[in-house]
Design a protein around this ligand. Structure first.
Ligand code: URA
Length: 262
């Protein structure tokens, strides 16, 4: 009878503890489970043991340094174009249809630097062939220049900061500008114009390290060792025709500089 009494007493004690919130049966003292000799099941030959493949940590590539070295190694414009096409660090290359290098006459006294190809340029593989390009041609014609001209005096050479169209014509990112800048600088050196025209904020940011075209347009600066004129981009002039007045003043300043530049 003794044991039956103990049973009911123990049970009542347990129920009372459960009511108090106890949900695990613990022993009086701590248990060192590491010391327990528990047999570990070894995988059989049939059981597949999945081991994550060893992945070597990716070496950080300095995309700008790679561009610098590739650009430096180009002895002429053809080599430069080939080096740019072989450059793998600009993601825009993968989304673009065409590599857009330049148009006009290399060696012309004036070089125009735009931002990047748009949709029509991407299709044609040539810079400034869309609506903005047609306005640019008219602006150049107004000061006696023509991208189709063969003679150096009337010729003009045209390129962009980026040779690949950004998706949806997005503004080039600082990284994209930085990695393509060594190529642009080499491009200017090899084309060797007397003057450079920077169309809009992107080429100003790339070559002068500053933007704010409304403030800086019309003021001669220096890019790759030659006079550079920041101007409103023709696409902006299409949206803001009133700004053509300032653009005309800048064109006249360019024409005058071409007369006096060596
Ligand atoms: N806008 C640019 O800046 N460049 C082009 O080639 C076309 C449009």
């Amino acid at each position: 009878m003794e044991s039956a009494n103990t049973y009911w007493a123990d049970r009542a004690l347990l129920e009372w503890q459960v009511e108090l919130g106890a949900d695990e049966a613990l022993e009086e003292g701590p248990v060192d489970r590491y010391a327990l000799n528990v047999a570990v099941e070894k995988p059989t030959a049939k059981q597949e043991v999945k081991v994550a493949p060893a992945v070597a940590p990716k070496a950080e590539v300095d995309a700008v340094a790679v561009a610098r070295s590739a650009a430096k190694g180009a002895a002429g414009l053809e080599e430069l174009a080939a080096a740019m096409q072989a450059y793998e660090h600009c993601e825009l290359k993968r989304g673009a249809k065409s590599f857009v290098f330049a148009d006009g006459q290399p060696g012309a006294r004036l070089m125009i630097v735009g931002e990047a190809p748009g949709r029509q340029e991407d299709v044609a593989g040539k810079p400034f062939v869309g609506q903005a390009g047609q306005l640019l041609d008219k602006m150049l014609a107004a000061i006696g220049l023509d991208r189709a001209a063969q003679d150096i005096e009337n010729a003009v050479y045209i390129s962009n900061v980026l040779p690949w169209r950004p998706p949806a014509n997005a503004t080039p990112s600082p990284d994209e500008i930085a990695m393509m800048l060594p190529f642009l600088e080499r491009h200017i050196t090899l084309a060797n114009p007397d003057l450079v025209v920077l169309m809009g904020n992107t080429p100003c940011q790339a070559l002068l390290g500053r933007a704010g075209i409304t403030r800086i347009r019309g003021q001669w600066a220096e890019a790759v060792g030659r006079p550079a004129m920041p101007m409103f981009h023709p696409a902006y002039l299409l949206r803001q025709p009133a700004a053509k007045r300032e653009a005309w003043a800048d064109l006249l300043a360019i024409k005058a500089k071409l007369r006096t530049a060596p």
